[in-house]
Design a protein around this ligand. Structure first.
Ligand SMILES: [Zn+2]
Length: 373
C-alpha cells in the first residue's frame, strides 16, 4: 500500500501496516495520507460511490456493496421554519443502513490487501453490522465482541451476515479487553478497531468529497454531526481540508458537534471541563454513548481548526427531533441521527449559525436500526 500513516498532533509518520500502533509520542491513533499521482480535479473522477475517490483512498482492491453516493435532500419544512437553507445527506441509504459502510468498506479492503483471513472488533452497533457485511463480501471471517446484554436489530443484523458473536459479561470495557486478548492468542485474527483504524477514517472522508460535488462544487456554511467515536466529524474535516489543498474549494465548512447530555465528553472538554465521564447515563442516542473517544484529542483539535461549536441536548429533544424528521420531512432515522436536528435551535440562539446560512445534516442511520419508532 502506498501512502503514509501520520500522527494528527505531531510530525510522526510511518509506513502503512494492517494494525497500526498509536503515535509513540502522543499515544493517539494515526491517520492515513496519500498524495494523488497528479493534481486531481473533480472533472477527472469516474464511477459512483466512494471508490470514485479511489485516488485519495488506500490503493487496494475495493470490497464494495455500492456504498456512498447517498442522496442530498433539501428540507421542505424544518429549514424554512428555522430560517436556514437546510439539507439532509441520507446516510441510511447505505447498504447496511448507516454511514459506517464508508469506513468499513475501506477498512476491510485494506485488511484483505494485508492478507487478513479473520477480523475482530468490539461493536454491537452500526460499525459491527457494517464490518460483518463487508467481511462477508470479502470472504473474511468476522468475530464481533459485544456486551452480554446487547440485543436488538443491529445484533440480529451482525449475526445474519454470518459473523461470530462473542458475548462478554460485565461493562463495555470488558468487550474491548476480550477482543485484544483474542487477537494476541490467534495470530490470524486482526483487530479491526473502527474507532482507531486510519483506514476506517479514510473511508469516511468520502462524505466530504460527495457533499462538495452534490452542491455543484462548493462547501456549505455549516455541517452539524452527532459525535460518538468522532469518525464522521474527522472524516468531514479531513476531507474538506483535502479538498482545499487540491484547490477544489476555497473554504472549509464549520463543523459543529451534537451530543446527548447523558454522554457529552466533547461538549464538556470544549467548555474546558474534564472530558472524562466515569459512567455515562442511559441515552436513546446509543451511537453517541462513548464516554472516552479514542480520538478525543484529535476531535478537539479538528473542532478548533474549523471554528466548530459543541452542543448537548436532552433526551426529550432527541426523541422530538426524531419524530419531527419523520412527520415533517418523511425521513425516519435512528435517535442518534436526530441529535443534530435537536441541536439546531441552540446553534442558532448562540449565533454559531445565522439566519440564511446553508446547513447540511448527515442523517447517520436508518430508523429501522432502532427497532422502535
Ligand atoms: Zn504524535
Amino acid at each position: 500500500m502506498t501512502g503514509a500513516l501520520r500522527c494528527p498532533l505531531c510530525s510522526f509518520s510511518t509506513v502503512p501496516v494492517a494494525v497500526p500502533p498509536l503515535c509513540p509520542r502522543c499515544a493517539v491513533p494515526l491517520g492515513y495520507h496519500r498524495e494523488p499521482s497528479s493534481q486531481l480535479a473533480p472533472s477527472s473522477l469516474t464511477g459512483r460511490g466512494i471508490w470514485r475517490y479511489a485516488p485519495l483512498l488506500p490503493d487496494v482492491e475495493p470490497a464494495t456493496l455500492g456504498e456512498g453516493w447517498t442522496p442530498l435532500v433539501p428540507s421542505s419544512r424544518l429549514g424554512p421554519q428555522l430560517g436556514v437553507r437546510l439539507w439532509f445527506k441520507v446516510e441510511g441509504m447505505n447498504p447496511t443502513g448507516s454511514f459506517k459502510d464508508r469506513g468499513a468498506a475501506v477498512l476491510v479492503a485494506a485488511l484483505r490487501s494485508f492478507g487478513a483471513r479473520a477480523v475482530a472488533d468490539d461493536s454491537s452497533g452500526n460499525a459491527g453490522a457494517a464490518l460483518a457485511a463487508y467481511a462477508a463480501r470479502a470472504g473474511i471471517r468476522a468475530r464481533l465482541f459485544v456486551p452480554a446484554h446487547a440485543s436488538g436489530p443491529k445484533l440480529a443484523q451482525i449475526a445474519a451476515y454470518g459473523a461470530e458473536v462473542v458475548r462478554v459479561p460485565g461493562p463495555r470495557e470488558r468487550a474491548t479487553n476480550a477482543v485484544r486478548e483474542a487477537c494476541v492468542s490467534d495470530p490470524d485474527l486482526l483487530y479491526a478497531s473502527h474507532n482507531a483504524s486510519p483506514y476506517f477514517v479514510a473511508g469516511l472522508t468520502t462524505i466530504a468529497y460527495e457533499l462538495f460535488e452534490d452542491l455543484g462544487g462548493r462547501a456549505p456554511d455549516h455541517i452539524v454531526v452527532p459525535v460518538g467515536g468522532g469518525g464522521l466529524l474527522l472524516g468531514l474535516v479531513h476531507g474538506f481540508t483535502r479538498a482545499r489543498e487540491l484547490g477544489w474549494s476555497g473554504r472549509a465548512p464549520r463543523v459543529h458537534v451534537a451530543q446527548p447530555e447523558a454522554c457529552a465528553p466533547i461538549v464538556r472538554a470544549s467548555e474546558g471541563a474534564d472530558p472524562l465521564e466515569p459512567a455515562p447515563r442511559a441515552t436513546v442516542a446509543e451511537g453517541a454513548r462513548i464516554p472516552r473517544p479514542d480520538r478525543g484529542r484529535e476531535i478537539l483539535a479538528a473542532l478548533h481548526a474549523v471554528g466548530g461549536e459543541a452542543v448537548a441536548v436532552g433526551e426529550e429533544e432527541i426523541v422530538t427531533a426524531q419524530a419531527t424528521l419523520a412527520r415533517a420531512e418523511g425521513l425516519w432515522v435512528e435517535p442518534t441521527a436526530a441529535l443534530p436536528i435537536a441541536a439546531l435551535p441552540s446553534l442558532l440562539a448562540r449565533g454559531a449559525i445565522r439566519p440564511g446560512d446553508e446547513v447540511v445534516v448527515p442523517l447517520t442511520g436508518h430508523g429501522l436500526k432502532a427497532g422502535k419508532g
